[in-house]
Design a protein around this ligand. Structure first.
Ligand code: UFG
Length: 327
Protein backbone atom coordinates (compact mmCIF):
# COMPACT_ATOMS: atom_id res chain seq x y z
CA UNK A 1 0.00 0.00 0.00
CA UNK A 2 1.01 3.63 -0.44
CA UNK A 3 0.90 5.11 3.05
CA UNK A 4 1.08 8.77 4.04
CA UNK A 5 2.76 9.20 7.44
CA UNK A 6 2.20 12.61 9.01
CA UNK A 7 4.86 13.35 11.60
CA UNK A 8 7.03 10.76 9.87
CA UNK A 9 10.21 12.63 10.85
CA UNK A 10 9.32 12.35 14.55
CA UNK A 11 10.15 9.67 17.07
CA UNK A 12 7.25 7.24 16.58
CA UNK A 13 6.42 8.32 13.03
CA UNK A 14 9.94 7.71 11.69
CA UNK A 15 10.19 4.32 13.41
CA UNK A 16 6.85 3.36 11.86
CA UNK A 17 7.91 4.61 8.43
CA UNK A 18 10.97 2.36 8.58
CA UNK A 19 8.88 -0.66 9.61
CA UNK A 20 6.35 0.08 6.85
CA UNK A 21 9.12 0.08 4.26
CA UNK A 22 10.55 -3.15 5.68
CA UNK A 23 7.06 -4.67 5.33
CA UNK A 24 7.02 -3.76 1.62
CA UNK A 25 4.84 -0.64 1.72
CA UNK A 26 5.51 2.65 -0.07
CA UNK A 27 5.82 5.63 2.28
CA UNK A 28 5.24 9.37 1.88
CA UNK A 29 6.32 11.39 4.93
CA UNK A 30 4.76 14.80 5.64
CA UNK A 31 6.36 16.77 8.46
CA UNK A 32 6.98 20.41 9.40
CA UNK A 33 10.26 19.49 11.16
CA UNK A 34 9.13 21.37 14.28
CA UNK A 35 10.06 18.42 16.50
CA UNK A 36 10.98 15.99 13.72
CA UNK A 37 14.37 15.50 12.07
CA UNK A 38 14.96 15.21 8.34
CA UNK A 39 17.68 12.59 9.03
CA UNK A 40 15.14 10.38 10.77
CA UNK A 41 13.13 9.90 7.57
CA UNK A 42 14.12 6.63 5.87
CA UNK A 43 15.96 7.17 2.58
CA UNK A 44 13.37 5.07 0.71
CA UNK A 45 10.47 7.34 1.76
CA UNK A 46 9.30 10.35 -0.23
CA UNK A 47 9.47 13.49 1.92
CA UNK A 48 7.25 16.57 1.79
CA UNK A 49 7.98 19.39 4.20
CA UNK A 50 4.82 21.21 5.11
CA UNK A 51 2.43 22.15 7.85
CA UNK A 52 -1.00 20.67 8.46
CA UNK A 53 -2.19 24.09 9.57
CA UNK A 54 -1.77 25.24 5.96
CA UNK A 55 -4.50 23.94 3.70
CA UNK A 56 -2.32 24.94 0.73
CA UNK A 57 0.51 22.69 1.99
CA UNK A 58 -1.92 19.82 2.47
CA UNK A 59 -3.42 20.33 -1.00
CA UNK A 60 0.10 20.30 -2.50
CA UNK A 61 0.87 17.07 -0.67
CA UNK A 62 -2.12 15.22 -2.12
CA UNK A 63 -1.56 16.74 -5.58
CA UNK A 64 2.09 15.61 -5.63
CA UNK A 65 1.27 12.16 -4.26
CA UNK A 66 -1.94 10.81 -5.75
CA UNK A 67 -3.23 7.33 -4.97
CA UNK A 68 -2.64 7.27 -1.19
CA UNK A 69 -4.17 4.05 0.19
CA UNK A 70 -3.98 4.93 3.85
CA UNK A 71 -2.85 7.56 6.35
CA UNK A 72 -1.06 7.18 9.65
CA UNK A 73 -1.47 10.40 11.58
CA UNK A 74 1.27 11.05 14.14
CA UNK A 75 1.85 14.79 13.61
CA UNK A 76 0.64 16.51 16.74
CA UNK A 77 1.54 18.43 19.83
CA UNK A 78 2.06 15.61 22.32
CA UNK A 79 2.94 16.84 25.79
CA UNK A 80 0.43 16.50 28.61
CA UNK A 81 2.21 19.09 30.76
CA UNK A 82 2.51 21.66 27.96
CA UNK A 83 -1.17 21.24 27.21
CA UNK A 84 -1.97 22.35 30.76
CA UNK A 85 0.05 25.53 30.14
CA UNK A 86 -1.01 26.24 26.55
CA UNK A 87 -4.36 24.51 26.08
CA UNK A 88 -5.18 26.09 22.71
CA UNK A 89 -2.09 24.60 21.05
CA UNK A 90 -3.97 21.38 21.64
CA UNK A 91 -7.67 22.27 21.66
CA UNK A 92 -7.27 24.43 18.56
CA UNK A 93 -4.14 23.43 16.63
CA UNK A 94 -4.31 19.64 17.03
CA UNK A 95 -7.96 19.72 16.00
CA UNK A 96 -7.65 22.13 13.08
CA UNK A 97 -4.61 20.27 11.74
CA UNK A 98 -6.44 16.93 11.86
CA UNK A 99 -9.50 18.52 10.23
CA UNK A 100 -7.39 19.93 7.37
CA UNK A 101 -5.87 16.50 6.83
CA UNK A 102 -9.19 14.66 6.95
CA UNK A 103 -10.90 17.09 4.62
CA UNK A 104 -8.18 16.67 1.98
CA UNK A 105 -8.00 12.90 2.58
CA UNK A 106 -11.65 12.22 1.79
CA UNK A 107 -11.50 14.61 -1.17
CA UNK A 108 -8.56 12.54 -2.49
CA UNK A 109 -10.51 9.31 -1.99
CA UNK A 110 -8.39 7.93 0.88
CA UNK A 111 -10.22 4.99 2.54
CA UNK A 112 -8.05 4.12 5.57
CA UNK A 113 -6.83 6.14 8.54
CA UNK A 114 -4.82 5.18 11.63
CA UNK A 115 -4.74 7.67 14.48
CA UNK A 116 -1.92 7.83 16.99
CA UNK A 117 -4.12 8.43 20.02
CA UNK A 118 -3.19 8.34 23.69
CA UNK A 119 -3.69 6.66 27.04
CA UNK A 120 -4.33 10.13 28.39
CA UNK A 121 -7.98 9.40 27.50
CA UNK A 122 -8.14 7.43 30.77
CA UNK A 123 -7.52 9.76 33.65
CA UNK A 124 -9.64 7.94 36.16
CA UNK A 125 -9.67 4.24 35.28
CA UNK A 126 -12.00 1.98 37.25
CA UNK A 127 -9.97 -1.10 36.34
CA UNK A 128 -6.28 -1.85 35.82
CA UNK A 129 -5.03 -2.92 33.29
CA UNK A 130 -7.09 -0.50 31.23
CA UNK A 131 -9.09 -2.05 28.40
CA UNK A 132 -11.10 -0.53 25.55
CA UNK A 133 -14.31 -0.54 27.61
CA UNK A 134 -12.91 1.92 30.12
CA UNK A 135 -14.82 5.16 30.49
CA UNK A 136 -13.16 8.02 28.63
CA UNK A 137 -12.11 10.86 30.90
CA UNK A 138 -9.42 12.90 29.14
CA UNK A 139 -6.71 13.88 31.60
CA UNK A 140 -5.65 17.09 29.87
CA UNK A 141 -6.31 19.29 26.82
CA UNK A 142 -3.90 16.96 25.01
CA UNK A 143 -6.05 13.91 25.78
CA UNK A 144 -9.19 15.88 24.95
CA UNK A 145 -7.79 16.85 21.54
CA UNK A 146 -7.16 13.20 20.67
CA UNK A 147 -10.61 12.24 21.87
CA UNK A 148 -12.14 14.89 19.67
CA UNK A 149 -10.21 13.54 16.67
CA UNK A 150 -11.46 10.03 17.53
CA UNK A 151 -15.03 11.40 17.48
CA UNK A 152 -14.39 13.17 14.17
CA UNK A 153 -13.29 9.83 12.72
CA UNK A 154 -16.50 8.26 13.95
CA UNK A 155 -18.47 10.79 11.91
CA UNK A 156 -16.17 10.56 8.91
CA UNK A 157 -16.84 6.85 8.78
CA UNK A 158 -20.61 7.38 9.01
CA UNK A 159 -20.65 10.15 6.41
CA UNK A 160 -17.75 9.34 4.04
CA UNK A 161 -17.07 5.66 4.70
CA UNK A 162 -13.52 6.30 5.95
CA UNK A 163 -12.30 3.25 7.91
CA UNK A 164 -10.13 4.00 10.90
CA UNK A 165 -8.30 2.61 13.90
CA UNK A 166 -7.42 4.55 17.04
CA UNK A 167 -4.26 3.39 18.77
CA UNK A 168 -4.17 4.47 22.42
CA UNK A 169 -0.85 4.02 24.05
CA UNK A 170 1.19 4.80 27.02
CA UNK A 171 4.94 5.35 27.13
CA UNK A 172 6.65 4.89 23.77
CA UNK A 173 10.26 4.03 24.50
CA UNK A 174 13.38 2.35 23.14
CA UNK A 175 15.17 3.03 19.89
CA UNK A 176 16.35 1.40 16.69
CA UNK A 177 20.06 1.58 15.80
CA UNK A 178 19.33 4.04 12.95
CA UNK A 179 16.81 6.34 14.59
CA UNK A 180 15.90 7.35 18.10
CA UNK A 181 14.21 9.70 20.52
CA UNK A 182 15.38 13.31 20.25
CA UNK A 183 13.01 15.95 21.60
CA UNK A 184 13.82 19.54 22.38
CA UNK A 185 13.20 20.17 25.19
CA UNK A 186 13.35 16.58 26.41
CA UNK A 187 10.79 15.75 29.09
CA UNK A 188 10.59 11.95 28.94
CA UNK A 189 11.97 9.74 31.66
CA UNK A 190 14.24 7.32 29.77
CA UNK A 191 16.15 9.84 27.63
CA UNK A 192 16.58 12.10 30.67
CA UNK A 193 17.99 9.22 32.72
CA UNK A 194 20.39 8.37 29.89
CA UNK A 195 21.54 11.98 29.73
CA UNK A 196 22.80 11.48 33.30
CA UNK A 197 24.65 8.32 32.25
CA UNK A 198 26.21 10.31 29.39
CA UNK A 199 27.44 12.99 31.81
CA UNK A 200 25.15 15.65 30.32
CA UNK A 201 23.12 16.12 33.48
CA UNK A 202 24.08 15.56 37.10
CA UNK A 203 21.08 13.68 38.38
CA UNK A 204 17.52 12.70 37.70
CA UNK A 205 14.63 14.03 39.76
CA UNK A 206 11.94 11.50 40.57
CA UNK A 207 8.59 13.25 40.61
CA UNK A 208 7.17 11.95 43.88
CA UNK A 209 7.77 8.76 45.88
CA UNK A 210 4.58 8.78 47.94
CA UNK A 211 2.19 7.27 45.41
CA UNK A 212 0.09 4.21 46.32
CA UNK A 213 2.40 1.86 44.36
CA UNK A 214 4.77 -0.88 45.62
CA UNK A 215 7.80 1.43 45.83
CA UNK A 216 5.93 4.75 45.96
CA UNK A 217 6.95 5.91 42.47
CA UNK A 218 4.60 6.08 39.45
CA UNK A 219 4.03 2.92 37.44
CA UNK A 220 3.87 3.23 33.64
CA UNK A 221 3.59 0.88 30.69
CA UNK A 222 6.69 1.26 28.49
CA UNK A 223 6.22 -0.06 24.95
CA UNK A 224 9.07 -0.30 22.49
CA UNK A 225 8.59 2.04 19.54
CA UNK A 226 9.17 -0.82 17.04
CA UNK A 227 6.35 -2.78 18.70
CA UNK A 228 4.09 0.27 18.44
CA UNK A 229 5.02 0.54 14.77
CA UNK A 230 4.04 -3.08 14.17
CA UNK A 231 0.71 -2.52 15.88
CA UNK A 232 -0.07 0.43 13.58
CA UNK A 233 0.83 -1.64 10.52
CA UNK A 234 -1.30 -4.62 11.62
CA UNK A 235 -4.20 -2.25 12.23
CA UNK A 236 -3.84 -0.67 8.77
CA UNK A 237 -3.56 -4.04 7.02
CA UNK A 238 -6.67 -5.42 8.78
CA UNK A 239 -9.01 -2.43 8.31
CA UNK A 240 -10.71 -3.79 5.17
CA UNK A 241 -11.26 -7.17 6.79
CA UNK A 242 -12.25 -6.12 10.32
CA UNK A 243 -13.57 -2.58 9.97
CA UNK A 244 -12.93 0.37 12.26
CA UNK A 245 -11.67 -0.29 15.77
CA UNK A 246 -9.91 1.09 18.82
CA UNK A 247 -6.99 -0.58 20.55
CA UNK A 248 -5.22 0.01 23.81
CA UNK A 249 -1.55 -0.86 23.56
CA UNK A 250 0.90 -1.76 26.25
CA UNK A 251 3.25 -4.39 27.49
CA UNK A 252 0.73 -5.50 30.05
CA UNK A 253 3.21 -5.10 32.86
CA UNK A 254 4.02 -1.78 34.38
CA UNK A 255 7.36 -0.57 35.67
CA UNK A 256 7.86 2.02 38.37
CA UNK A 257 10.11 5.03 37.87
CA UNK A 258 12.52 3.40 40.34
CA UNK A 259 12.53 0.14 38.36
CA UNK A 260 13.26 2.05 35.15
CA UNK A 261 16.12 3.83 36.90
CA UNK A 262 17.53 0.55 38.24
CA UNK A 263 17.36 -1.00 34.76
CA UNK A 264 19.31 1.98 33.40
CA UNK A 265 21.93 1.55 36.13
CA UNK A 266 22.36 -2.12 35.21
CA UNK A 267 22.50 -1.47 31.46
CA UNK A 268 24.84 1.54 31.54
CA UNK A 269 26.96 0.59 34.55
CA UNK A 270 26.62 4.23 35.68
CA UNK A 271 25.39 5.01 39.22
CA UNK A 272 22.88 7.63 37.86
CA UNK A 273 22.29 9.64 41.04
CA UNK A 274 18.72 10.65 41.79
CA UNK A 275 16.82 12.98 44.07
CA UNK A 276 13.15 12.88 44.94
CA UNK A 277 11.17 15.98 44.11
CA UNK A 278 7.49 16.88 44.40
CA UNK A 279 4.82 15.16 42.36
CA UNK A 280 4.32 16.46 38.81
CA UNK A 281 0.80 17.86 38.48
CA UNK A 282 -1.51 15.59 36.52
CA UNK A 283 0.48 12.34 36.95
CA UNK A 284 -1.76 9.39 37.88
CA UNK A 285 -0.15 6.75 40.15
CA UNK A 286 -0.47 3.80 37.78
CA UNK A 287 -1.20 3.46 34.05
CA UNK A 288 -1.04 0.00 32.57
CA UNK A 289 -2.86 -1.11 29.41
CA UNK A 290 -4.56 -4.34 28.58
CA UNK A 291 -3.56 -5.28 25.03
CA UNK A 292 -5.85 -8.31 25.02
CA UNK A 293 -7.94 -7.11 22.06
CA UNK A 294 -5.08 -6.45 19.67
CA UNK A 295 -3.32 -9.65 20.70
CA UNK A 296 -6.46 -11.67 20.10
CA UNK A 297 -7.71 -9.97 16.95
CA UNK A 298 -4.47 -9.13 15.15
CA UNK A 299 -1.94 -11.46 16.78
CA UNK A 300 0.19 -8.54 18.00
CA UNK A 301 3.06 -9.63 20.26
CA UNK A 302 5.57 -7.15 21.65
CA UNK A 303 9.10 -8.16 20.66
CA UNK A 304 10.59 -6.09 23.50
CA UNK A 305 8.43 -6.87 26.51
CA UNK A 306 10.96 -6.23 29.27
CA UNK A 307 12.34 -2.95 30.47
CA UNK A 308 15.96 -4.05 30.28
CA UNK A 309 15.81 -4.82 26.52
CA UNK A 310 14.01 -1.53 25.92
CA UNK A 311 16.63 0.30 27.96
CA UNK A 312 19.51 -1.41 26.16
CA UNK A 313 18.15 -0.35 22.76
CA UNK A 314 17.75 3.22 24.01
CA UNK A 315 21.23 3.25 25.52
CA UNK A 316 22.80 2.04 22.28
CA UNK A 317 21.22 4.86 20.31
CA UNK A 318 21.89 7.58 22.85
CA UNK A 319 25.50 6.48 23.30
CA UNK A 320 26.04 6.56 19.53
CA UNK A 321 24.18 9.92 19.21
CA UNK A 322 24.92 11.83 22.43
CA UNK A 323 23.47 15.00 20.90
CA UNK A 324 20.63 13.27 19.10
CA UNK A 325 20.39 14.05 15.41
CA UNK A 326 22.56 17.11 15.97
CA UNK A 327 25.62 14.88 15.69
N1 UFG B 1 9.33 11.25 35.52
C1 UFG B 1 10.16 11.55 36.58
N2 UFG B 1 11.17 12.43 36.36
C2 UFG B 1 11.40 13.03 35.15
C3 UFG B 1 10.53 12.72 34.07
C4 UFG B 1 9.50 11.82 34.30
O1 UFG B 1 10.00 11.03 37.69
O2 UFG B 1 12.35 13.83 35.04
C5 UFG B 1 8.22 10.29 35.74
C6 UFG B 1 6.85 10.87 35.51
O3 UFG B 1 6.37 11.45 36.68
C7 UFG B 1 6.07 9.62 35.09
C8 UFG B 1 7.11 8.74 34.38
O4 UFG B 1 8.37 9.25 34.79
O5 UFG B 1 5.62 8.94 36.21
C9 UFG B 1 7.02 8.82 32.88
O6 UFG B 1 6.98 10.18 32.49
P1 UFG B 1 7.14 10.68 30.98
O7 UFG B 1 7.16 12.18 31.01
O8 UFG B 1 8.31 9.97 30.35
O9 UFG B 1 5.84 10.13 30.25
P2 UFG B 1 4.29 10.35 30.63
O10 UFG B 1 3.84 9.07 31.27
O11 UFG B 1 4.06 11.59 31.36
O12 UFG B 1 3.62 10.59 29.18
C10 UFG B 1 3.50 9.59 28.18
C11 UFG B 1 3.49 10.26 26.81
C12 UFG B 1 2.23 11.08 26.62
C13 UFG B 1 1.00 10.22 26.87
C14 UFG B 1 1.10 9.61 28.23
C15 UFG B 1 -0.05 8.71 28.45
O13 UFG B 1 4.61 11.10 26.66
O14 UFG B 1 2.17 11.56 25.28
O15 UFG B 1 2.33 8.87 28.37
O16 UFG B 1 -0.04 8.23 29.73
F1 UFG B 1 -0.12 10.96 26.80
Amino acid sequence: MKILVTGGAGYIGSATSAELIAAGHQVVVFDNLYQGHRQAVPAEAAFVQGDLSSRADVARLFAEHPGIDGIMHFASYTLVGESMQQPLLYLRDNLVNAANLLEAAVAAGVRRFILSSTANLFDDPAKMPIDEHERIVPGSPYGESKFFIERTLHWFERIYGLRYACMRYFNASGDAPERGEDHDPETHLIPLILQVALGQREQITIFGDDYPTPDGTCVRDYVHVADLAQAHILAMESLDRLGSRKYNLGNGSGFSVMEVLDAARRVTGHPIPHVVGPRRPGDPATLVASSESIRRELGWRPRYPDIETIMRSAWEWHRAHPHGYGE
